[in-house]
Design a protein around this ligand. Structure first.
Ligand SMILES: [Zn+2]
Length: 192
């Protein structure tokens, strides 16, 4: 994929995160923005792109390049660097970098935008559309076949102190007969 000429110039035909020229170079739109402007995009080498496209932040040695790229003057590069550093904030060098840099608020909002949108989408509701929260008690609205444990929890069973499955609005976790199991929200109602 040929890069837009302006992106080539801005990036010097190298990765705007790690400076590698490992081809192919990709123009990566930093979500939640899209690729309708190069101002939304970051030039990435093959390696950075491969990891980012599957949200793999495990290679923290590789991502040390962000301690340099965060100081870029390009807002999209700042936003992407910040976004990845935030994922790595368990690493002292990453959290220190985040603390030491001054970024415009709009850049930080951009960096956090995708996660904020995701979080906003994940709302757990019971069979009646009542919002569920961690710690709620719920009642099964139908018999539930507990896989693995080989028994059926009857309709009307109270499940106390549920936990929300944070990345799936359809699922909660709760204990039935001592086993923690995943329960679909559409089969419960909140106990009052
Ligand atoms: Zn790179």
């Amino acid at each position: 994929m040929a890069l837009n000429i302006k992106l080539q110039e801005r990036s010097n035909n190298s990765c705007e995160l790690c400076s590698s020229q490992n081809e192919p170079l990709h123009a990566f739109a930093v979500p939640p923005k899209n690729n309708d402007s190069i101002d939304n995009e970051v030039v990435l080498c093959k390696d950075c792109y491969a990891q980012l496209s599957v949200a793999d932040y495990s290679n923290s040695n590789h991502w040390r390049c962000l301690t340099g790229s965060i100081w870029s003057e390009v807002p999209s590069v700042q936003a992407l660097s910040y976004k990845i550093l935030a994922k790595l904030s368990a690493e002292p060098w990453a959290s220190e970098t985040i603390e030491s840099v001054y970024l415009d608020e709009s850049v930080i909002d951009w960096a956090n935008g995708e996660d904020a949108l995701e979080a906003a989408k994940i709302i757990h509701k019971d069979a009646n559309g009542v919002i569920l929260e961690t710690g709620d008690n719920v009642i099964l609205t139908q018999n539930l076949n507990v896989k693995g444990a080989n028994f059926i929890a009857p309709k009307g069973t109270v499940v106390k102190k549920i936990r929300l499955v944070h990345d799936n609005a359809e699922q909660i976790e709760g204990k039935i007969e001592g086993d923690t199991i995943v329960i679909l929200t559409k089969y419960v109602k909140k106990a009052v």
